[in-house]
Design a protein around this ligand. Structure first.
Ligand code: SDX
Length: 392
């Protein structure tokens, strides 16, 4: 058999590690970061506080949080040569491909971030990427739009400054609108970690070879890009736009989603772990209503999304398979209401997931996990002699 006798495609029933970071209960729709419920954190904490909690295990005191942000701000610059790499991309490049490339390129300008044996070295690599990643996210958007790149305003908070770097035009006050800041802060918290999902498992296995943190994160960004994973938030909006263009004909898309011969899936529905409502989707659905109301945005797409959700929740195909809306179903509607282009939605997911990836990588390194190397059941050819090309 070449190693083992049974396999577990997609690791549906395989535990890859012991972790103390995030707890999920799929049957009950429970999500907790370091023991705190996602509902409380989304309501009472801010994103940088949650990032600290995920990475270091405790909610920070005021002075610890201030020091964390001060150390991050010191690192919130990137080598000017990064702009030359950014310049080499066509404007049509997908932002996730740009972001994973630039994240990996950071290693070239920060070689000390690779060999991180001590906790101090790890901390230094962590504050580096926490500072530089938002810059790369903002510059990826600005480059696409042909707009100038800058570092925003360091007197602002972490999330405020992301908005400041992403949107300066057409009006300054847009970026400081507390509705936008609170909406983005909450969305980033809701995306911050999710135990051993596809991209986090990727970060852990790449990091297990002792490749550097930035290289491991770059691999995670690539995994998140897929439409079955983080790329679903973009695919949901494209699906909803398609339904709108079809005159709101949700029944046609429901039929496609149930047709075994049709590869189309109802994007934003279903989950490997949640066999109940994704608790994040509940919070985001309510937030979508609030944010669009507060911004005075009338988006017919929201009504289509709610109609589709209602239909799916009453359809036996989806009910029997316990397919509920997941985190990606409503998030894109808010990003769009905030003026973020559709192909940037998964980049925003990556910005939120960054502290989770970092926390999981740090835990894996501190636990001195062995290099990830699964086995297989061999089903190929038996031993056979070489055949000269003249005989083939
Ligand atoms: C994220 O893992 C995480 O935690 C991920 C994430 C995170 O925070 O990191 O939560 C973020 O990635 C959320 C998921 C975003 N993806 C999508 O919305 C894409 C659409 N969803 C599906 O592709 C699917 O539901 C997955 C990928 C999310 C889960 O797939 P599984 O667990 O491998 O389930 P499966 O493919 O085995 O499906 C089980 C059944 C199948 O039907 P049968 O073969 O039993 O007849 O349900 C069907 C599937 O065909 N099915 C769907 C469906 N999802 C599953 N049918 C139609 N539409 C769907 N969306």
């Amino acid at each position: 058999t070449g190693g083992v006798t049974t396999i577990d495609p997609g690791y549906k029933n395989t535990g890859s590690c012991e972790s103390a970071i995030t707890f999920l209960n799929g049957e009950k729709g429970i999500l907790r970061y370091r023991g705190y419920s996602i509902e409380e954190l989304a309501e009472k904490a801010d994103f940088l506080e949650v990032a600290y909690l995920l990475i270091f295990g405790e909610l920070p005191t005021r002075e610890k949080l201030d020091k964390f942000y001060t150390d991050i701000k010191k690192q919130a610059v990137v080598d000017e040569d990064i702009k030359k790499i950014l310049d080499a991309f066509p404007k049509t490049a997908h932002p996730m491909g740009v972001l994973s490339s630039l994240t990996s390129a950071l290693t070239a300008f920060n070689p000390s971030s690779v060999n991180v044996e001590s906790e101090e070295d790890m901390y230094n690599a962590i504050v580096k990427i926490m500072g530089k990643f938002p810059v790369l996210v903002a510059w990826t958007l600005r480059k696409k739009q042909g707009l100038p790149l800058d570092y925003g305003d360091k007197s602002l908070g972490y999330v405020e400054n992301v908005l400041k770097m992403m949107f300066k035009e057409p009006n300054e006050e847009y970026t400081q609108n507390p509705i936008l800041v609170n909406a983005l802060d909450k969305l980033l918290i809701l995306h911050a970690d999710h135990e051993q999902n596809c991209s986090t498992s990727t970060v852990r296995i790449v990091g297990s070879s002792h490749a550097g943190l930035f290289a491991s994160l770059s691999a995670g960004i690539s995994a998140l890009w897929g439409p079955l994973h983080g790329g679903a938030n973009q695919a949901v909006l494209e699906m909803l736009e398609g339904i709108k263009a079809d005159g709101g004909d949700t029944k046609k898309y429901m039929a496609k989603a149930k047709d075994k011969d049709d590869p189309f899936r109802l994007m934003g529905f279903g989950h490997r772990v949640y066999k109940n409502f994704d608790p994040r989707a509940k919070i985001i659905k309510k937030s979508a209503d609030d944010v669009l109301d507060q911004l005075g945005v009338e988006d017919p797409i929201l009504a289509i999304a709610k109609g589709l959700e209602k239909e799916a929740l009453e359809d036996s195909y989806f009910v029997d398979r316990k397919l509920y809306p997941n985190v990606d179903f409503y998030s894109g509607i808010i990003y769009r209401g905030m003026g973020i282009p559709t192909d940037m939605f998964t980049v925003m997911f990556a910005l939120g997931r960054l502290p989770g990836w970092i926390a999981q990588w740090r835990e894996m390194r501190l636990q001195k996990e062995p290099i990830g190397r699964p086995r297989q059941v061999y089903v190929g050819e038996n031993h056979r002699p070489f055949k000269d090309i003249s005989e083939r």
